[in-house]
Design a protein around this ligand. Structure first.
Ligand code: NDP
Length: 246
């Protein structure tokens, strides 16, 4: 299937983790893919190389999504290279888990800067620079339903992403652009596994109906559908991808 043939997709934070899997899947569906990264140039270049080896078309563009000027320059460079952007996947994000009493000002600001301001910055560019009939897919988290202690500032950022999603869907619908957010449950990436024992991971696995971690490809397949023309009537929705965890 080539459901995304002729589409150009910008995936933020695509050097590794879920973003890299999304980039691979969308390229396999025929899209030309812009691999955004912040600091991981080597990993981003590897993702581009592996997409090209599979017959796809991709470039890597550096930009810290929390910096408005870098995001604007990235949109302009992507459009200069591919002529347009049809789909924006706002995957870049960080997770700092601490009890609220232990969360520092720096933790709070960094998490909001990347997760919320980053999503805001790219959507503001997309409002005028995304092609008509395009799609935006934002990343929230199933933690906005589960609300585990230590996830306070993280779920606050993802709650903000969900609200931005709902409003933006109404603002850009007249141009035929649909806007949704996904809420992955635990996914097998560094963001989730770092610092967790196998015992803890096993316990968390038991919280979903399939008794396993989500894999980046589980998320990528749904993003590919949401980026396709078949998903056009879905907009302003927040979609759980968590194996019945919540
Ligand atoms: P990873 O930590 O594996 O990867 C994060 C990616 O984001 C990297 O490519 C990184 O690039 C990029 N990134 C980080 N900061 C910035 C920045 N300022 N500007 C641009 N890119 C940046 O995370 P995951 O793949 O696990 O997570 C992806 C998304 O999914 C996040 O939004 C996360 O909140 C969400 N999510 C993840 C879950 C999980 O269990 N893994 C569950 C629910 C939601 P670089 O290396 O260059 O810094």
């Amino acid at each position: 299937m080539n459901t995304l043939a002729s589409k150009v997709v910008l995936v933020t934070g695509a050097s590794r983790g879920i973003g890299a899997a999304v980039a691979h899947k969308l390229a396999a569906e025929g899209a030309k893919v812009i691999i955004n990264y912040a600091g991981g140039k080597e990993a981003a270049d590897q993702t581009v190389d592996s997409i090209k080896q599979q017959g796809g078309d991709a470039i890597a563009l550096q930009a810290d999504v929390s910096k408005a000027d870098e995001v604007a320059a990235m949109f302009d460079a992507a459009i200069a290279h591919y002529g347009k952007i049809d789909v924006l996947v706002n995957n870049a994000g960080i997770m700092i888990t601490k009890l609220i009493k232990d969360t520092t000002d720096e933790d709070f600001i960094r998490q909001f800067d990347i997760n919320v301001r980053g999503t805001f910055n790219t959507m503001r560019e997309a409002a005028t620079k995304l092609a008509d009939k395009g799609s935006v897919i934002n990343f929230s988290s199933t933690q906005t339903r589960v609300l585990t202690p230590t996830y306070g500032s993280y779920v606050a950022t993802k709650g903000a992403v969900e609200q931005l999603t709902r409003v933006f869907a109404k603002e850009v619908g007249a141009r035929g652009i649909n806007v949704n957010a996904v809420q992955p449950g635990p996914v097998n990436t560094e963001l989730f596994t770092k610092g967790k024992s196998q015992e803890l991971i096993d316990r968390l696995n038991s919280l979903n109906a399939f008794n396993r971690l989500g894999e980046p490809e589980d998320i990528a397949k749904v993003v590919a559908f949401l980026a396709s023309d078949d998903a056009k009537w879905i907009s302003g929705q927040i979609i759980g991808l968590n194996g019945a965890m919540a």
